[in-house]
Design a protein around this ligand. Structure first.
Ligand code: ADP
Ligand code: MG
Length: 245
């Protein structure tokens, strides 16, 4: 399949002091593609996501979005962060703002929408993630699963070109995992470009176009879920799968 590349990493290297945390990473994410990233703790998955959003600078190599190098600072960087939304394990909602305000804020500040337009869009998105009746609550009044769906709505409110998810369900009680995965599955079906770090192998099998397996800062395998789960090539991946499946 010919892909129309949206995100491209070429020979990316990053260090934390002596630790070589991303080692010659090459990855292309096509428009509309869902790439699931898996691998042991400490293998560099979060750093990879953060590098794509430029929350972490890299030491060598290049990362491009739509063919353009990632901006390093200023307004262009703020724009990038809105175009490549990120959803974290820990929700990161503003505790002293309502659900509606959480979703509208960035639209007004970064997208320069009028408040009533932003609020209208926020309500549409709340409806889409199944939370139309929660607009005036504060984050602490919601369950973890609901908070994470608000975080997804907030990222969507910026009309992102792509969304990055870093273990979005890892902090959730088991009964709340599916309501978040269902929203993500829906986005995938609608053609959103997504990079998803997750241990939810059911999601990887059903939603991913490709599974990227990382170990020790390297991409060890980059294949279809079908190929990866039925016949992993590397010992690292075999070992990892035997522990989690
Ligand atoms: P993963 O998400 O796969 O668990 P991370 O990308 O979070 O892995 O971390 C990769 C490695 O980099 C780990 O050894 C981690 O301890 C280290 N690391 C992550 N962030 C920092 C940091 N800000 N400073 C120093 N080391 C870090
Ligand atoms: Mg991580």
């Amino acid at each position: 399949m010919a892909v129309d590349p949206l995100i491209e990493l070429r020979d990316v290297n990053k260090y934390f002091g002596e630790l070589h945390v991303l080692q010659d990473v090459n990855l292309t994410v096509g428009r509309g593609e869902v790439v699931v990233v898996i691998g042991p703790s400490g293998s560099g998955k979060s750093t990879l996501c953060r590098a794509i959003n430029r929350l972490e600078p890299i030491h060598s190599g290049s990362i491009t979005l739509d063919g353009q190098p990632l901006p390093e600072e200023g307004k262009a960087l703020a724009k990038l962060r809105s175009e490549v939304g990120m959803v974290f394990q820990s929700f990161n909602l503003f505790a002293h703002k309502t659900v509606l305000q959480n979703i509208s804020l960035g639209q007004v500040k970064v997208r320069r929408r009028k408040k009533h337009e932003a609020d209208r869009r926020s309500r549409e998105l709340l409806d889409r993630v199944g939370l139309a009746d929660q607009a005036d609550k504060f984050p602490a009044q919601l369950s973890g699963g609901q908070q994470q769906r608000v975080a997804i709505a907030r990222a969507l409110a910026m009309d992102p070109k792509a969304l990055l998810f870093d273990e979005p369900t890892s902090a959730l009680d088991p009964e709340m995992i599916n309501e978040v995965l269902e929203v993500m599955q829906q986005l995938a079906q609608e053609g959103m470009t997504m990079v998803v770090v997750t241990h939810e192998m059911g999601f990887a099998r059903s939603a991913a176009n490709r599974v990227v397996f990382m170990a020790d800062g390297r991409i060890v395998e980059d294949r279809t879920p079908e190929e990866f789960f039925t016949a992993p090539r590397s010992d690292r991946a075999k070992d990892f799968l035997s522990k989690i499946l």
